[in-house]
Design a protein around this ligand. Structure first.
Ligand SMILES: Nc1ncnc2c1ncn2[C@@H]1O[C@H](COP(=O)(O)OP(=O)(O)OP(=O)(O)O)[C@@H](O)[C@H]1O
Length: 270
């Protein structure tokens, strides 16, 4: 499915990605995480052909993405950015239907199948009740859900999501991650970036962890998300605990009865 092979990328002379390699199989849900500025968005941009790596290659189903034309790429890979502001006040259903654009005929007229996929995508994300609302007046979290539904309507083999739940309340975070889990179980591969390692531990099959000096680990979250790794990337600020059969990553130094800070180092972001 998606193979990232030894890619390197620098903005001007500042190296951001250094020899990054990993593989995402069919129907796998992979959580990409790492500290601010570690290069997650840059890695996404390389995988989407928005920028060209200085070295290495990205392959999709065995074929170098350099060889894909834009429309061909859009038929196979969907991307959910963190935010998107369209220039016109489209309704939610119009926004979701835009996911069908790469599949439309030369007259760009959506057919019954396109409309059905649009409706299914809205149902899956639980936003059917917003169908006729103007997208631009929705809350940030609701807009994020519309963008996810748009990617689902695109009906691709691979979906890349950049912090899909960053603006969502707890219930909606769980709805989205469960929906991603179900979509992956149907055979679609997903690479989702998250700042919450718990989401990776609870929902993902595999993980790719970037640190300030490149790829730190990848593989099964049960193995990868250990105390050592958390100490390394989040500078001794969290504890890895087992709660029944689930892994929990919690902040270090909190009092049980209230968020009383005992010894919590504050460090700047990189
Ligand atoms: N267009 C650009 N020109 C120059 N430097 C850039 C550009 N975009 C990103 N960078 C730098 O590259 C590094 C990686 O940025 P990137 O956005 O990929 O990190 P990230 O892991 O997605 O960060 P975050 O978690 O904060 O969203 C940062 O130091 C950033 O300042």
């Amino acid at each position: 499915m998606l193979s990232v092979n030894n890619i390197c990328f620098a903005y001007n002379n500042t190296k951001v990605l250094d020899e990054i390699s990993f593989h995402l199989g069919k129907g796998e849900l992979c959580g990409l995480f790492g500290p601010n500025g570690s290069g997650k968005t840059t890695l996404f941009k390389c995988c989407l052909k928005f920028i060209r790596p200085d070295r290495g290659s990205v392959r999709f189903n065995g074929r170098d993405i350099k060889k894909f034309k834009t429309r061909e790429m859009a038929k196979q890979v969907a991307y959910v950015p963190q935010t998107h502001q369209p220039p016109f006040p489209f309704t939610v259903k119009e926004m979701v239907l835009m996911g069908r654009t790469p599949h439309l005929n030369r007259f760009y007229l959506p057919g019954n199948r396109d409309k059905k996929l649009m409706e299914q995508a809205m149902e899956m994300i639980n936003i059917s009740h917003l169908a006729d609302e103007p997208y631009d007046i929705l809350s940030g979290g609701q807009q994020q859900m519309v963008l996810i539904a748009r990617a689902l309507a695109q009906n691709t083999d691979l979906i890349l999501l950049d912090e899909p739940t960053s603006a969502l309340d707890f219930k909606n975070q769980v709805i989205i991650w469960k929906a991603l889990r179900r979509i992956a179980d149907q055979g679609i591969s997903i690479l989702a970036c998250s700042h919450d390692p718990n989401h990776v531990a609870w929902f993902c099959d595999t993980t790719v962890v970037l640190g300030n000096s490149g790829l730190i680990a990848n593989g099964d979250p049960d193995r990868v998300l250990c105390q050592d790794l958390m100490d390394k990337i989040y500078e001794n600020t969290c504890l890895v605990r087992d709660l029944e059969d689930m892994k929990m990553i919690v902040p270090k130094g909190l009092n049980r009865h209230r968020a009383q800070i005992i010894d919590f180092p504050i460090t700047g972001t990189s």
